[in-house]
Design a binder for this molecule. Structure first.
Ligand code: ATP
Ligand code: FE
Length: 335
């Protein structure tokens, strides 16, 4: 079966065509407009989605080599995300499913960041249930126990900022354009991760906190720039490496605790921050150090993309878990 998947929860408009659990095409239109504002402007995001959605779906169909009459279902991101952005993809999906008279499948975006590991890709193993998933993205930081495709339990999550925000806000302090996470990753490669020390937050159990670290980094930069105006330029690589190292330590510490508490040793990561080369390496290194088995998503499926919506769509389609035509988009949503 061919499934069209649509993702429009934040600032990327994406469409994918799945042939069951295989990806035939996965098109992402990035909205560069937000760079100059230092963050996503919701109203501009909605407008750009409306401009992009039809061409992006057309390109996805063309690249997959099929026509819309061959589709068996349409999957879309129901939430969580920005309401105005979700509504564009949701309304489009609903209309097309009515026009083609095929079922509609509503997908949770965070569920998709986890289940992207089930996309059939050469060279990528699939985890076995139960496994632990750490979602690390622009809006979330969670440790989830995944018992089956549709039975997920949140064991811990951030009490304030998400890890992606910690990256982006630190990058902003350093004067990098939005989103700065990938730039910190890039400069960190040349730097010494132990050059500067930041204290890790003390948070009980499997919860996270990143707002204190953000403030600490802000004060650290302000203090040093007051002494030496060229501090950032002269130490860019070391600063980035030190920030990234601290964040990775926080994540790895919690994963170790989660493994200890649950006895589950298979770990997957998902979400935009799972593109980070440092966290990918740390997860792999943990296989020897901490005896866990790590699943690292293909780079293409880390930041927002419709293929991950498509794989959840495929599993829901198989179980006939369809949405009816009164389905609504939701800014917040549970598993
Ligand atoms: P959510 O999935 O929680 O709804 P989102 O969809 O807006 O949030 P994603 O696209 O999943 O977020 O992830 C975007 C985040 O990933 C941004 O904060 C971005 O800086 C971060 N990110 C992307 N690549 C990297 C990288 N290489 N290193 C660090 N952070 C990165
Ligand atoms: Fe996301």
């Amino acid at each position: 079966n061919y499934i069209l998947a649509i993702e429009s929860s934040c600032d990327d408009t994406s469409a994918a065509i799945m042939a069951d659990n295989k990806v035939l095409s996965n098109i992402v239109a990035r909205q560069e407009i937000h760079e100059e504002y230092g963050g996503v402007v919701p109203e501009l995001a909605s407008r750009a989605h409306q401009q992009n959605i039809v061409p992006v779906v057309d390109i996805a169909l063309k690249k997959a080599g099929i026509t819309k009459d061959q589709l068996s279902a349409i999957a879309f991101t129901q939430g969580p995300g920005l309401m105005g952005s979700l509504l564009v993809g949701g309304s489009f999906a609903k209309s097309l499913s009515l026009a083609l008279d095929i079922p509609l499948v509503a997908v949770n975006h965070m569920h998709a960041h986890i289940l992207c590991h089930f996309i059939d890709e050469e060279g990528y193993d699939k985890p076995e249930f139960p496994f632990l998933a750490m979602t690390i993205s622009g809006g979330h930081t969670q440790i989830v126990k995944v018992n089956s495709f549709f039975d997920l339990e949140i064991l811990g999550e951030t009490t304030d900022d998400a890890v992606g925000e910690a990256f982006d806000k630190s990058a902003k302090v350093l004067g990098f354009p939005y989103p700065g996470g990938p730039l910190i990753d890039k400069y960190a490669k040349e730097g010494n991760p132990k050059a500067f020390q930041f204290t890790k937050p003390k948070v009980d159990g499997l919860n996270f906190s990143f707002s204190g670290l953000k403030t600490q980094i802000l004060y650290f930069i302000q203090k040093n720039v007051a002494i030496n105006p060229n501090f950032i330029e002269e130490n860019k690589a070391d600063i980035c490496a030190s920030i990234q190292h601290t964040i990775i330590q926080i994540l790895i510490d919690k994963l170790r605790l989660a493994v200890k508490e649950t006895g589950i040793q298979q770990i997957v990561i998902g979400g935009g921050v799972s593109a980070n080369s440092g966290i990918r390496q740390a997860l792999k290194d943990g296989e020897k150090k901490y005896k866990w088995k790590a699943f690292i998503p293909k780079f293409e499926y880390t930041t927002d993309n419709a293929a991950m919506i498509g794989i959840v769509g495929y599993y829901r389609f198989k179980e006939s878990l369809f949405a009816d035509s009164s389905v609504v988009s939701k800014a917040r949503i549970e598993f």
